[in-house]
Ligand binder design. Structure first.
Ligand code: ZN
Ligand code: ZN
Length: 315
């Protein structure tokens, strides 16, 4: 089955039945995002969309639910800083460990693995795919004596591996996504993924005026090469692409009023999706944040429908 869907936030349900909309458009996966920016309380942001009742309602309509969350504060509670500063990232800039950012890969991995496993069991995505990311900011990885040798990708994968081992112990079907995004776009080099770790490619750094595989776009040449490098480490058949074709929040500078994602172009999205599928990738979703009732009233849903139509050719 080709997995296809959209990723929205709880606020985007205002005036939209996203489960009904996905079912109507033939999309089979709905991702719930707790928002970008600094660390936040993931469960309180997800609210009722984190509950079993919501997942059952979606499943009854044939829609799978999964969660796409920056979760540094769940993976390493900040209340531990005074007692265990060694769990926290060392900043080369200030020369001390700091309470913000991610965690120290040398000292905090057992705890991060257990906390990620607990979050995963609590959220229990119906796809058994888990996406719990580090902080949505650059410069948040540890640079202590131990970690300074490791790239952001390697540090991120160490944490994902720890979460994946924890979840595998209670759910043999679980898979945990390594997020290729921001500072972790280059493939990991020193760390190998656990068997239940999958690639999640979120190419926010790409260009949307050209297709992802357009050799005449200098920006996308880099993105396409990075994806190929990642697929030398991760299995393409289980890899997932999280795109930005419908991300009104980005188009709006993350501030309402919402704007149309002006870069959406049916032919380009079709070429992108065919390019991903040509690599053996069978799972594609896109952010559609800010597409709520007011958005559809103002702009209609042409882009969303065209996106779903392109994917309807893939099973
Ligand atoms: Zn460290
Ligand atoms: Zn370009």
């Amino acid at each position: 089955m080709f997995r296809k869907g959209v990723v929205v936030t709880p606020e985007d349900f205002e005036g939209v039945d996203w489960i009904g909309k996905c079912a109507e458009l033939g999309l089979n996966t709905l991702g719930i995002h707790s928002g970008g920016g600094a660390g936040h309380d993931v469960l309180s942001k997800l609210g009722r969309y984190s509950e079993e009742s919501f997942r059952s309602e979606a499943l009854a309509s044939g829609i799978d639910i999964e969660y796409e969350c920056h979760a540094p504060h769940e993976l390493l509670p900040r209340s531990l800083f005074s007692e265990h500063p060694e769990y926290f990232p060392y900043s080369w800039h200030t020369g001390v460990r700091i309470e913000s950012g991610n965690w120290c890969s040398g000292n905090a991995l057992p705890l991060v693995g257990r906390n990620g496993g607990a979050l995963g069991r609590r959220l229990s995505p119906t796809t058994h795919r888990h996406f719990y990311w580090g902080e949505d900011r650059r410069g948040t990885w540890c640079h202590c004596e131990t970690c300074s040798k490791l790239s952001a990708s390697d540090q991120s994968l160490l944490a994902v591996n720890a979460i994946a081992r924890d979840l595998a112990a209670t759910d043999p079907k679980s898979q945990v996504g390594f997020l290729a995004y921001s500072e972790a776009l280059e493939a990991p080099e020193a760390v190998k993924p656990e068997p239940n770790v999958i690639l999640e490619f979120a190419p926010m750094h790409r260009c949307y005026r050209h297709a992802i595989n357009d050799p005449d776009c200098a920006i996308n040449r880099v993105s396409w090469r990075q994806l190929h490098d990642q697929l030398r480490v991760f299995d393409a058949a289980r890899a997932h692409v999280l795109e930005y074709w419908l991300d009104s929040s980005w188009a709006s500078g993350w501030k309402k009023p919402a704007k149309r994602p002006a870069w959406f172009d049916r032919m380009l999205v079709e070429r992108d999706i065919n390019a991903y599928a040509s690599l053996g990738i069978r799972s594609v979703t896109t952010f559609a944040v800010f597409m709520d009732g007011a958005y559809f009233e103002a702009f209609g849903d042409r882009e969303l429908r065209e996106y779903a139509e392109i994917l309807s050719a893939l099973d």
